[in-house]
Write a protein that binds this ligand. Sequence first.
Ligand code: XIL
Length: 385
Amino acid sequence: MKRFNVSLAALAATAAFATAGCAGGTAAAEGEAPALKESLAGRFYIGTALNTDYIYERDAQADAVVVRHFDAIVPENVMKSGPMQPREGEFFWNDADRFVEYGEKNDMWITGHCLVWHSQAPSWFFTDAEGNDVSREVLVERMRTHIHTVVGRYKGRIKGWDVVNEAIMEDGSYRQSKFVKIIGEDFIPLAFQFAHEADPDAELYYNDYNEWYVGKRDAIVKLVGELKAAGLRIDGVGMQGHIGMDSPSIEEYGAAIDAYGKAGVKVMITELDMSALPTPTRRGGAGGANIADTVGYREAMNPFTRAISDEVNTQWNARMGEFFKLFLERDDVVSRVTLWGVTDATSWKNDYPMQGRTDYPLLFGRDYQAKQVVWDIAEMAKDIK
Ligand code: XIL
């Protein structure tokens, strides 16, 4: 396999571009960028997450980017259990139906996200009329009804489901969510069983973040083994991929992909974005109680309000390229890479983990233009077999 030095290529291309007199930090080489889905055809699906504006095609320029570059979609929010079933037995289908129609119209691989998650769940899900936790039996029934109803509605149309999201902690222990506290750790096999009952042909995935942590990685490998040993269907592990400029390393990310591959499942990078901003500390820096410090700290955490610096832009493109190099080298295992959004303007990273910042985490800038790495991916895909 020929190795392609993306860092040097990205640097050279960015330098050449800067000499050509273009500024702004997001635009790359001249002309229309090669379509990602063509560059990556036969390697893995290249997907994006759609918010409601995209689903309803309210932004024609963003829509053009989605249709040209992506062949897979996932809903950013509209299929989570809160929006799906806001009150017991009352399902809200409009946005999810429209999302699925969008994918079918554009001939895309459609993934559902997500069936069982402690977050963005409706408040009624875990409690009775008095506000007390429900029994194990009631919660299992609620899970069964939710999964059967949602998966059943899109049977044969949604091709894969994030069945359980974010259940394992970095040290390998189970998250102490209401699901674990009320049902126990077997809420996971139960969720997979219910999803398979509702659509036997759908692929089923376990999805999580920080899955390169060794403790978490090993626990997920164990979970995959347990599900398989129990005769349950699990097709893949989804690695969210909300990464930063410094962490994780390419090596630890690659080791995690290899570990999941060895466990006998496909690997999907399901929510890829890379923040170009510094990572805020929980306490807001030293002496954070003083308001002047807080304002200064906020400014330091939000350095590119008008445009990203050329230096960080170059580093960002090079590092994102390194990740795609890794995915291409492992395309026997990696079956899909999905970006968590379309352009930087609408990324959740602008408000997470700190609100109101200007971040640059996606492959397309606020001007809808492809970043340098989109060209680099096309070159790498030719070189890496
Ligand atoms: C995020 C969405 O992007 C935001 O719009 C929303 O406010 C919160 O959820 N892990 C997941 C995704 O599995 O569903 C989350 O999406 C990001 C973290």
